[in-house]
Design a protein around this ligand. Structure first.
Ligand code: ATP
Length: 239
């Protein structure tokens, strides 16, 4: 099995805050991998390191066999890494259509972009209904679908999702979870999913890493982690 992402022995700081300590993790081609852990554990920092938004102090990051730490974020998008940021960063006054097209900013083949747009609208019919409306008028769940659609417009090989269920109505969380499974299956895209909703993340992933204060505390097969007493106590609210 080839690795799409290999994150090796990474340390990351914010001034004197030591946010990641010798973190290693990988995503195999075609896999969905979950990153779980409490607020401040370092989950978003891992995504910032992968996307080049924050420089690492130590370690190495490989994407599709190429060293990528230190590279320009826009070049990384071009090479197939797309990120869905936390908090649904939509452009509220722009239409759904224009928000989606922003996701294709590194692509030039208009016909191919049109095909991707069509497939995103087929996947999320709500976006087709709201196509010309200002994105800010949609519900939280719809906006989340739109930002996932926007990331797909980049035609990624690796999709990074930062807390897609945060602040979403419980009923819609299931829809989002189903969409992530379908995207992983249909689009041949590998997924790294950051979630505080550990139960959902473990259910839809094949493997997972649990972080505690900047270090990987546990990792393994998601189904096994779901049944693990330590995981239940620490990450699933003791249920
Ligand atoms: P959350 O779910 O709250 O986003 P997280 O697991 O994603 O949590 P990170 O955002 O990666 O955690 O933060 C890891 C640590 O780094 C925390 O202690 C946090 O306070 C700190 N940190 C994050 N961003 C900054 C920053 N810009 N400046 C200083 N410290 C930061």
């Amino acid at each position: 099995m080839s690795q799409i992402l290999d994150f090796r022995n990474v340390d990351l700081f914010y001034d004197h805050v030591h946010a990641l300590r010798d973190v290693s993790l990988s995503v195999n081609e075609g896999e969905t991998v979950a990153l779980i852990g409490a607020n401040g554990a370092g989950k978003s920092s891992i995504l910032r390191a992968i996307t080049g938004l924050r420089k690492i102090r130590k370690g190495e990051i490989f994407y599709a066999g190429q060293r990528i730490d230190g590279k320009d974020p826009a070049d990384l998008v071009k090479s197939g890494i797309a990120m869905v940021p936390e908090g649904r960063r939509v452009f509220p006054y722009m239409s759904v259509k224009d928000n989606l097209l922003m996701g294709a900013f590194t692509r030039t083949d208009k016909a191919d972009i049109a095909r991707t747009l069509e497939s995103v609208l087929t996947r999320f019919p709500r976006l087709k209904e709201r196509y010309t409306q200002a994105a800010g008028t949609m519900s939280g769940g719809e906006q989340q679908m739109m930002v996932i659609g926007r990331a797909l417009m980049a035609k990624p090989r690796l999709l990074l999702l930062d807390e897609p269920s945060l602040g979403i109505a419980p009923k819609l969380v299931q829809d989002i979870a189903r969409s992530i499974v379908a995207i992983n299956r249909d689009e041949k895209v590998s997924v790294l999913l950051v979630e505080q909703n550990s139960r959902m993340a473990l259910r839809i992933s094949q493997r997972a890493y649990a972080l505690t204060t900047g270090s990987v505390a546990l990792s393994g097969n998601s189904a096994e982690l779901l049944a693990d007493d330590r995981v239940r106590a620490l990450y699933l609210g003791g249920e």
